[in-house]
Design a protein around this ligand. Structure first.
Ligand code: SAM
Length: 325
């Protein structure tokens, strides 16, 4: 266990058609009541326990993490934990220009910003809340200006939705220092109507870019890195491809995931989380919670992505909008 992804809310200000479609997450949708969310202090306590179990990197996600009030206060608490080497956040970027400075000041190191197209019409059709591309690009600029360094840009590629925007995205982010990462559209949750035909394979994406701007594959930055890395031979920078559907990477997985209400998931595709909040709230001491975390992690058997079959792919899984990407 090296990475902990902390989802701080199940709410989002976007209604991306492949993640929180409006017909399921419309006005009547039920979200977690506030009292069910872990407090920042509870998250910090659990993070310290996870660090004692080997975690070195934290990623804050959601839902949309920036819709949780005062998120910078959580970042500051987490940044104070000895043993943490990296704190990053995955965001849709819509609120980033307002928050980047505060977050950087609190100790955030890096951001990953999701952006599925540079074409306003296509992007608005995906986010379904009419947020324009410029708002996200301004967020990325604000992150750089705040000292958060170059961003990773996540583009989920869904056939028929944005697959003809791959080259335009690649061209835009060449020479910027930002790393564009293409993500295969995944079968997560049970609300996005996923089908294999909608997946554009990472291999096809890389091939299309390579035909335009030749690429060379790079070694992983660290064991367990999920993105395959490539660099442009002309020196324009780097891209990543995350082949979670066509080349599952369960064996090297070092990621634990904490949901907003304090459930530990050992797999993005898991249907069941392990309740840690009730331990916290009934006064368990750190060593009891540590034992519980260790035993959940060492007993884990899920490698859902590897064993995916036509039979299992329709089964219920936790929503991506609950435990982040
Ligand atoms: N709201 C934040 C954001 O948009 O980055 C964080 C949470 S979001 C669930 C994390 C990432 O998961 C985003 O990059 C999103 O595009 C990606 N994602 C959501 N549903 C997906 C799916 N079905 N397949 C692949 N990636 C998905």
């Amino acid at each position: 266990m090296r990475d902990l992804r902390i989802s701080v809310t199940d709410r989002c200000n976007f209604r991306c058609v492949y993640c929180m479609p409006r017909d399921v997450f419309g006005p009547g949708a039920q979200f977690l009541p506030r009292a069910d969310l872990l407090t920042f202090e509870e998250i910090e306590r659990l993070a310290r326990i996870f660090v004692s179990c080997g975690v070195r990197k934290l990623r804050i996600t959601g839902g949309e993490p920036l819709v949780r009030h005062d998120l910078e206060r959580l970042v500051a608490l987490l940044a104070d934990i000895d043993g943490i080497e990296d704190i990053a956040m995955t965001t849709n970027g819509a609120l980033l220009s307002r928050k980047a400075k505060l977050l950087a000041h609190a100790g955030l190191r890096r951001v990953t910003v999701s952006l599925d197209s540079l074409d306003d019409e296509v992007f608005r059709a995906i986010n379904d809340v009419a947020v324009p591309v410029t708002r996200v690009l301004e967020g990325i600029e604000a992150a750089v200006a705040a000292g958060l360094g170059h961003a990773k840009i996540n583009m989920v590629v869904k056939r028929g939705a944005n697959d003809d925007h791959i080259l335009a995205m690649a061209e835009y982010f060449r020479h910027t220092g930002h790393t564009l990462r293409f993500i295969e559209y995944m079968d997560v949750g049970s609300t996005n109507g996923w089908q294999l035909d909608d997946v554009v394979s990472a291999a096809d994406i890389v091939q299309a870019i390579n035909a335009q701007w030749p690429l060379e594959q790079l070694a992983a930055n660290y064991p367990g890195e999920v993105a395959n890395r490539y660099r442009y031979l002309d020196g324009a920078g780097e891209i990543g491809a995350i082949a979670s559907v066509t080349q599952p990477f369960c064996r090297g997985c070092t990621r634990a995931r904490l949901s907003p209400e304090g459930r530990l998931y050992t797999c993005l595709f898991g249907a069941h989380g392990h309740d840690l909040r009730s331990l916290l709230r009934r006064g368990a001491n750190d060593s009891e919670i540590t034992d519980r975390v260790r035993s959940i992690w060492t007993m884990r058997t899920d490698r859902y992505s590897e064993v995916r079959t036509a039979h299992t792919s329709g089964r219920a899984k936790v929503e991506m909008s609950r435990i982040g990407g």
